[in-house]
Structures are given as structure tokens and as C-alpha cells.
Design a protein around this ligand. Structure first.
Ligand code: CP
Ligand code: NVA
Length: 335
């Protein structure tokens, strides 16, 4: 029996959680995954309801929260980017008090981290961060579960992030890796290194866990003997279109391609939070091709579709891990 008890806790960033608590969530995700495979009922949260606020669009996170909540026996209400009064006619503090009085938990996807912090401050129920500009913590539990399933361990692995390392994914992966004892490498243009203050915080985590943080612009050194190579889109939701040109120029050398994978360990895997621009089958992908002539962006189609790519296992794990996060922070129903 684990001594970890997360009942009533918010889930805003992994900075707020200990190594033991994060490991507990990863293991609980694996348990829920096994139960789903075996067709076991887990509807111990019957009668509860959760609000899902999305100020930015989503496929995986929204579907994960909805399916997970339904499996747990709960009802869901989806508030889309335009369909509520949030921020426009009603403050976050007022919204938090209203939703907190009706729902048992609130998910928020949107812009600044301070918005989700404000929601958590004013609502008396657990608040889960479904992605902000700064962090994407639910993605971390799925990612670390995927890594653990692949290698049977987390500690000591070399985890390389290529691309925009100063946004939600780079920040969150650096925190998750250093809390859990992995060796995190941000391999990118120095302009896209994570914020130095966060790097220093993570170096502190690494000291305790046995992990490390390396920032490098050198692709050969960065990817050498990597266990995991991870990337994300070069332009994130909410950023202006005008940044594409500069982003492509700076980050193209850090595209995950065959050369990068060949320089990693033979057993290395490719990961991506998705959605990914690896072909011309999307509207934005086509627009970028017409403007800049690129047929693939942060990852080549060859790597994305290769046997080393675990992106769809990773995507499935979003659902199991979000189920674990909700279950761990909510009280089970008494009937
Ligand atoms: N990875 C992720 O958060 O995907 P969505 O934007 O589809 O939710
Ligand atoms: N950095 C990306 C992550 C999407 C899951 C974004 O914020 O758009």
C-alpha cells in the first residue's frame, strides 16, 4: 500500500509534486490501463461531475478527460473556447466560485499559468491543468508512463528534447525528467533554451534525484546515445502567425530526422505530444509548404512512421493517466 494521498489536491504543475507522488500517479495510470484492457469496472466516482474548460482547441486532452470521467462513472460538461462567459464577462475568480459550487473537479486549458492558479485559489474543488503556455502536466504522466513501459525504468535514461524548449512542453519535460532522475537535454538554438530560473530549479531537483540538465546547440553531442528523442510543434497555440518565419529559420537544424535517430542508441524511441507536422495532410502544413517550401517540420515523416516511434501509445496513455489524476485527487463516491 502506498502512503501517497493526493485527495483534494490541485494538479497545476509537477513542481508541486514529489518524486514519490509522481511515481504513484504513473503506477496508478498503469493500473487503470490494465483494468481497461481486462474490461474491469472502475465507476467508483458515480454521481460526481467535472467541468472541462477549453480556451484553446484539443483532441487528446478533451477526449481523455471525457472518456476517463465516463469510465469512472462521472458526468462531464464541456465549455468550449467561445461558449462561456469566462474572462470576457466574468472574472476567473467569480467563475471559479460558480463552477466550484456545482462540480467536483475542474479542468482548465488556456493561456497563462496564473489563470489556472487563480481558478484553483477560488474554487474549493481540485483543478487540473489541461495545458497552459507554461506547463502541460497531465501530458507528463502519460509520457513518463510510456517511457517506463518501453524501458522498464526511468532513472538514468538520456531524454533529449529538440525544438522550442522554452514553452509548455520543454518546461514540463525538464521538470518531470529532473524530478524522476532522468538526464534531460534541451538540444536547440540558445534562443529557445528554457528560462534560466526554471533551469536552476530543475538542477536542484536533479541533484536530489540523480538526474541532470544539459543545454546544447550541438545536435551531434545532444542526441548522442539518447534513449528518447522528443519534439513538439515549432509554433504553439495562441502564438501569432508572424513568428513562423523566424521559428523555421532557428529550429530547422533541430528537426528530428533519421540522422538524429541514428546518432541515438539503437533502442531509442521517438516521442511527440501531438499533433505533429510530419506531412502535408493538414491545412497549416499545406500553408507552410506554400509559404516556405517545407514538406515536414519538427519531425520527418520517416521518423514519425518508423518502428521507433511510440507516439500513438503515448497518445493512448493520455486517457489512462488523466483517469489516474482525477481518481487520485477526487474522493470516491460513498454509494
Ligand atoms: N497533446 C495534446 O495535448 O493534444 P491535444 O492538443 O489534442 O489535446
Ligand atoms: N506546445 C504545444 C503543445 C500542444 C499539445 C501548444 O501549446 O500548442
Amino acid at each position: 500500500m502506498s502512503s501517497v494521498d493526493l485527495t483534494g489536491r490541485d494538479f497545476l504543475t509537477l513542481k508541486d509534486f514529489t518524486k514519490e507522488e509522481i511515481e504513484y500517479l504513473i503506477d496508478l495510470s498503469a493500473e487503470y490501463k490494465a483494468k481497461k484492457r481486462n474490461g474491469e469496472r472502475v465507476d467508483e466516482y458515480k454521481g460526481k461531475n467535472v467541468a472541462l474548460i477549453f480556451e484553446k482547441t484539443s483532441t487528446r486532452t478533451r477526449c481523455s478527460f471525457e472518456v476517463a470521467a465516463h469510465d469512472l462513472g462521472m458526468g462531464t460538461t464541456y465549455l468550449d473556447p467561445k461558449g462561456s462567459q469566462i474572462g470576457k464577462k466574468e472574472s476567473i475568480a467569480d467563475t471559479a466560485r460558480v463552477l466550484g459550487s456545482m462540480f467536483d473537479g475542474i479542468e482548465y486549458r488556456g493561456f497563462e499559468q496564473k489563470i489556472v492558479e487563480e481558478l484553483a485559489k477560488y474554487s474549493k474543488v481540485p483543478v487540473w491543468n489541461g495545458l497552459t503556455n507554461e506547463y502541460h502536466p497531465t501530458q507528463m504522466i502519460a509520457d513518463m508512463l510510456t517511457v517506463k513501459e518501453t524501458f522498464g525504468k526511468l532513472e538514468g535514461l538520456k531524454f533529449v528534447y529538440m525544438g522550442d524548449a522554452r514553452y509548455n512542453m520543454g518546461n514540463s519535460l525538464m521538470i518531470a525528467c529532473t524530478k524522476l532522475g532522468l538526464h534531460f537535454v534541451a538540444c536547440t538554438d540558445a534562443k529557445y533554451f528554457p528560462d534560466q530560473e526554471l533551469v536552476d530549479i530543475c538542477k536542484g531537483y536533479a541533484k536530489e534525484s540523480g538526474g541532470s540538465v544539459t543545454l546544447t546547440e550541438n545536435v551531434t553531442e545532444g542526441t548522442k546515445d539518447a534513449d528518447v528523442i522528443y519534439t513538439d510543434v515549432w509554433v504553439s497555440m495562441g502564438e501569432p502567425e508572424s513568428v513562423w518565419e523566424e521559428r523555421i529559420a532557428a529550429l530547422q537544424p533541430y528537426q528530428v530526422n533519421k540522422a538524429a535517430m541514428d546518432n541515438a542508441k539503437e533502442t531509442a524511441v521517438f516521442m511527440h505530444c501531438l499533433p505533429a507536422f510530419h506531412d502535408l495532410k493538414t491545412t497549416i502544413g499545406k500553408e507552410i509548404y506554400e509559404k516556405f517550401g517545407l514538406t515536414e517540420m519538427e519531425v520527418t515523416d520517416e521518423v514519425f512512421e518508423s518502428k521507433n516511434s511510440v507516439v500513438f501509445e503515448e497518445a493512448e496513455n493520455r486517457m489512462h493517466s488523466i483517469k489516474a489524476i482525477m481518481a487520485a485527487t477526487l474522493k470516491k463516491s460513498s454509494y
